[in-house]
Ligand binder design. Structure first.
Ligand SMILES: Cc1ncc(COP(=O)(O)O)c(C=O)c1O
Length: 457
């Protein structure tokens, strides 16, 4: 194991309580949120004494904070291959906010068609449904986005397709579509493309390319808490010309040049798009994380994670009763991201996740991962049946999957512990649990948890 990679992350040696005893935590839930980089924590701590309001303040700390905030913008622009002439970096709180903002700023109507894929996270689905006519690109048998279905939709809806909005990497199966191929096809059909890079940014290099390149990306969204910088920031990076037309969705302080009772002169972008006081600390943290990812090398990260993926896919298949969803071939590890969904026998996914967390100190996620249509499809489940469980507070009966997801600091030794745990669970070795139908969560009978032994406000 590359100990340098492991040492990049804070809290790596934290022990967590188990049903019996304590153990170093194994975090296989990086697709939800990654732990912070040590370097990010250091940057935040070092900056905090200098923190002050940005823009308009004349004091030294304000001037310095303003300068750092704008430097953070440049760092993010550089990280995603954007350029100042053609793109603008708009800070916000996360990828969901970024996509919602874009859906408003494109001034779509229900006449406009937005093509999304069937594997999208709800955050790259529901905002488009609210503003345009959404058509879903179907999937290949192993859960990837079908290029054939995409071509057919582009042809069928011709000039009505304003935007193609797809994931850079799936948060369910780790599928990585060839986004630049999708971009070329979108542009040749007269559409633009937005890529939800929430699951891509910490795992692969992103290159938006110049606008005269047919493979450029018009817009992308990222979240810092998935990039080792959990300080409440995210960004929408997109073509400048879009934001120089129309009006901002959120209005107020910071968005204007001058206001009279009857008239508003809007500020230029990105200020017009960042209403209110911005999250300076979050922007600095995200920029620091981007620089750290670049310093480690996205190719080094991708190679390390591919090793973990290949190893995990091979070893999971040794566990009796494990079914892997999506592409399960270890040979394809370098073509996808480190998100692996699986089921264990016919056990409820939330029960498997609870046992892993409570008896083994392994953090995973279970359920449908904010991608209900995709997971229903992968499982071949009847959505009406599942919906009825959920609406009747029997979430414990709702089908779903267990998901492991890797970060750059995970190791094959940790995967060995997971395999040992799953093998034991498959053999029936675990405590007795009760289910809560309303939350869908499983808890060992008689367990009490006291978080304040570990941290209290
Ligand atoms: C693919 C994808 N898109 C968007 C999001 C939303 O990210 P956030 O919750 O940071 O807004 C997620 C979060 O898991 C995701 O996995």
């Amino acid at each position: 194991m590359n100990t340098e990679l492991r040492g990049c992350v804070a809290g790596i040696s934290a022990k967590v309580p188990l049903l019996q005893g304590e153990k170093p935590y194994i975090n296989f839930d990086n697709a939800a949120s990654t732990p912070p980089f040590v370097d990010v924590m250091r940057a935040v701590n070092d900056y905090i004494p200098w923190y002050s309001s940005v823009h308009r303040g004349n004091g030294f700390k304000s001037r310095m904070s303003t300068e750092l905030y704008e430097q953070a913008r440049c760092a993010i622009s550089d990280f995603v291959g954007a350029n100042h002439d053609e793109h603008v970096v708009i800070f916000g709180k996360n990828a969901t906010e970024a996509i919602n903002k874009l859906s408003y700023r494109l001034r779509l109507t229900k006449r406009d068609v937005v093509l999304i894929s069937h594997l999208e996270h709800h955050s790259n689905d529901l905002p488009w449904r609210a503003r345009a006519t959404v058509k879903r690109i179907g999937l290949t048998p192993d859960g990837g986005i079908s290029k054939t279905a995409y071509r057919e939709l582009l042809q069928k809806y011709g000039g009505r397709v304003r935007l193609v909005a797809i994931s850079g990497a799936s948060n369910v199966t780790g599928h990585i579509p060839d986004i630049h191929w999708f971009a070329r096809k979108a542009h040749s059909a007269g559409a633009q493309i937005a890529v939800d890079c929430a699951q891509l940014a910490a795992h692969r290099p992103i290159d938006m390319k110049r606008l005269d390149d047919p493979e450029h990306l018009d817009y992308i969204a990222i979240s810092a808490h998935k990039m080792y910088a959990p300080f409440g920031s995210g960004a929408l990076i997109g073509r400048r010309d879009t934001f120089s037309q129309g009006l901002p969705e959120y209005r107020g302080g910071g968005t204007v040049d001058f206001v009279t009772p009857k008239q508003v002169d809007w500020a230029s972008q990105p200020d017009s798009e960042e209403a209110g006081s911005p999250n300076v600390v979050g922007a600095i943290a995200m920029a620091r994380a981007a620089k750290q990812l670049q310093a480690i090398g996205m190719d080094v990260i991708a190679a390390h994670e591919a090793k973990l993926i290949a190893y995990a896919l091979a070893r999971l298949q040794e566990v009796p009763g494990v079914t892997i969803y999506g592409d399960a071939d270890p040979a394809g590890a370098h073509t996808r991201s480190g998100v692996i969904p699986f089921a264990l026998q016919d056990m409820p996914p939330n029960l498997v996740a609870a046992i892993l967390g409570i008896e083994w100190g392994i953090g995973v996620r279970s359920g449908c991962f904010c991608a209900h249509p995709y997971v229903m499809d992968l499982l071949g489940a009847d959505p009406n049946h599942v919906r009825s469980h959920i609406l009747h507070d029997r979430r414990d009966l709702a089908p779903g999957l267990v998901r492991i997801s890797f970060g750059l600091y995970n190791t094959t030794t940790e995967i060995d512990v997971l395999i040992q745990a799953l093998t034991a669970i498959a053999d029936g070795h675990h405590a007795a649990y009760t289910a809560d139908g309303r939350t869908g969560q499983f808890t060992p009978i008689g367990m009490e948890e006291n978080f304040s032994d570990y941290f209290a406000l």
